[in-house]
Design a protein around this ligand. Structure first.
Ligand code: CA
Ligand code: CA
Length: 477
């Protein structure tokens, strides 16, 4: 099959999975739709997508299972106060499902033991939550490596105030790779205020690389974007601008109404490897946004470099206040952050007094960096006549292993080698005769002399009958 067919299939998959922008509960349909599409394509020769592996999954539909509670308050079941619905099925976990939590709560909802893999790169805890907490009342995510005897807080900031809507939260657990852990949702309330509480659904721990869609148009749902303290949603806006910048979907602080007072929440992008297309290339961030803020309320684009603290980005006009009047394009120079892994944040804060429609984000793109993709460009072996071709490695960027595909119309001498950016030979992967057809070669990220190759841009080059081609790969550890 020709490569154009592959493009068609990928295009089909993107269309089928990305057709509708979704919020809250309907977002959960994305993996199902993807699975169904993958199944429907199972007979086609081009079905292999680098997908995240799920290490742990909990939707609470079967009750509390092997979770336990340390000091009361937490329940699993159907909530009758608090959120109108849950994100999957009818059940979730919550701090008292049929009323307000009590004062002076100090309790954890503790997961079963989970063994985190040691060989699959990034490990992320993801969950959906809804919360409405009184002043001084907070929630944290904690982790224990000694079966619950001691706990370490792994969320940067406490969940507080109100999320107003169900939002997705993410916590990086990569530092605990290879360990047997328990995860806890820790809730503490003061003596004075009670409120409806903290509700959690669809907890999962996933591994594997996370890829930044560039550009990100928010047409495929929230994906691996998260909010760190409520409010942010991805879907179809029915308030504010009344529509996305392009397509149906965008990200926003509450899609169907005003944000709450005392908000302080960040929309957080997937990790993005800022690997320049060429040495010295400029790296530019563009995004479209619409905003209408109450007095004293503001939005600030931010950046976190290599998992570090959040800093304000030098964006002309930031912090944004008042009203944009329409969709406008914002810009930041990211060149200073090149060759690192960053996350972009949209940090929104509101005062106690004024509410308004909020901040809407769409069509975020970064120019000057190499593409990142979880979809291999190369096909599975096929019987059809094929032309000589070198395919893009997958995954790319890799950490550290990757697979390189090439196709030959007939048996040929083949040399396939990897070079560093200075043109020095790093490793020869193939040097000999290969049959006609499609071949995949695995690279473990090691140099010829047995050392691990450093992070950076590499070139891989094939010489064979009818082809002499070079492509670029990125190793990112
Ligand atoms: Ca559920
Ligand atoms: Ca859009």
């Amino acid at each position: 099959m020709e490569i154009e067919s592959l493009t068609v299939l990928i295009g089909l998959r993107k269309r089928l999975t990305g057709g509708a922008a979704m919020t809250g509960r309907s977002l959960r349909l994305v993996p199902l739709v993807l699975t169904l599409v993958m199944m429907s394509l199972a007979a086609a020769p081009f079905v292999s997508v680098a997908r995240a592996d799920t290490v742990f999954d909990e939707d609470w539909e079967s009750g509390i299972g092997n979770w336990y509670v340390t000091n009361g308050v937490w329940q699993v079941g159907v909530p009758t106060v608090g959120p109108d619905a849950v994100t999957s099925g009818v059940q979730c976990a919550g701090t008292v499902l049929d009323g307000d939590y009590p004062p002076n709560s100090d309790t954890r909802l503790v997961s079963p033991r989970i063994t985190l893999p040691s060989d699959r790169g990034t490990i992320r805890l993801k969950f959906w939550h809804w919360f409405s907490l009184g002043s001084s009342d907070v929630g944290y995510v904690q982790i224990s490596t000694d079966n619950g005897s001691t706990w370490t807080t792994v969320t940067d900031v406490p969940y507080d105030n109100t999320s107003l809507v169900w939002t997705q939260a993410c916590v990086d657990l990569s530092a605990y790779a290879g360990e047997s852990v328990r995860v806890a949702f820790y809730f503490a309330s003061s003596s004075m205020y009670e409120s409806s509480g903290w509700y959690i659904d669809d907890v999962s721990i996933v591994t594997g690389q996370v890829f930044f869609e560039n550009p990100e148009d928010f047409e495929s749902g929230v994906g691996d974007w998260c909010a760190d303290n409520g409010q942010w949603q991805v879907g179809i806006p029915t308030s504010g601008p009344g529509g996305a910048h392009t397509g149906d979907g965008c990200a926003a602080t509450v899609l169907d109404g005003n944000y709450p007072p005392n908000a302080n929440s960040r929309l957080i992008s997937t990790p993005i490897a800022l690997i320049r297309t060429e040495p010295g290339a400029y790296v530019d961030l563009f995004f479209w946004h619409w905003f209408s803020f109450g007095s004293s309320d503001q939005g600030r684009p931010q950046i976190s470099v290599d998992g570090g603290i959040w800093r304000d980005l030098a964006v002309p006009g930031s912090p944004f206040t008042g009203t944009s009047g329409g969709w406008t394009q914002g810009y930041a120079d990211l060149t200073a952050y090149a060759d690192s892994v960053v996350q972009i944040g949209f940090y929104f804060t509101s005062s106690s007094m004024y509410e308004s429609s909020g901040w809407y984000i769409d069509d975020l793109r970064i120019e000057g960096i190499v593409p990142q993709t979880g979809v291999p460009e190369h096909p599975e072996p096929v019987d059809d006549p094929i032309s000589a071709r070198l395919f893009q490695n997958s995954p790319n960027p890799c950490n550290p292993s990757t697979t390189i595909g090439f196709a030959l119309p007939a048996s040929s001498e083949v040399v396939l080698s990897i070079y560093n950016a200075r043109g020095q030979l790093v490793r020869t992967l193939v040097d000999g005769v290969k049959d006609g057809g499609y071949h995949e070669i695995f690279w473990d990220g090691m140099c010829e002399d047995g050392r691990a190759a450093a992070s950076g841009v590499y070139l891989y080059c094939i010489r064979a009958e009818g082809i002499h081609d070079t492509r670029r790969l990125v190793l990112l550890k």
